[in-house]
Design a protein around this ligand. Sequence first.
Ligand SMILES: [Zn+2]
Length: 258
Amino acid sequence: MRQEESEAIVLHHLDYKDADRIVSFFSLEQGLLKGFAHNARKSRKRFGSALELFAYVHLRWSGRTSGDLVSLQDAELIDLHSGVRRDVGALALASYGCELVEALTAEAQPCSEIFHLLRAFLGHLSKAGLSLEARLLFELRLLSQLGYAPHFVHCSSCNFPLDSDEVAFSAANGGGLCLECAPAALPLRVSAMTLGTLGRSLQAPVTLFEGFRFSERTLQEAGGILQDILRQHLVRPLKSQPFMEQMLAGKARVKAIR
Ligand SMILES: [Zn+2]
């Protein structure tokens, strides 16, 4: 059977029977895959702690055995991103990011930019903890890599530049809309500045998370825009989202008191 290997990030795992483990990972070479690690919880030599959540690893596997699973041979740990485990907020956002990648990407579709984005996101959370900026940048870049970035600069309907203070947004209608084209019932009203900020953020390298500071208004409006786009593409709500939202709300309250 053909041997494969790649750098990968562990997204999710499930213990199976006494010592086995089923692992979802996003690999640099082949994108999202699911693997079966026989005896993983007993064989320290083959896997060590490399199959823990968020771990950045070098994995070896052989082709698909039964169903959709590849058979994992061994794993070398490169970075456990242990800072994520020491901070409950970072842990909540990292779990959300990994679940989002698993929910939105198709199996065995390589995308090196998504791999580098996820690796940089986990590295950033491990050092800097959770922030609304990190969440927005991650969602925005992931959607863009998947080809789901909407129109930010021009009206999706008449193509006129969006430069008035208030514009509308509807992912179902292609993105930003001028007020003349927006249906009156469309609830999402945002400033053209927020759309411009999102558009400009997409020009930065996918691995850059440091140095972004958005205003309260931008954070709030951009949050609504990204949720509107994500709703279009997610089949079901993510399990990790409510806890992550709670952590971010808690952080915002602490900031407001200070
Ligand atoms: Zn228009």
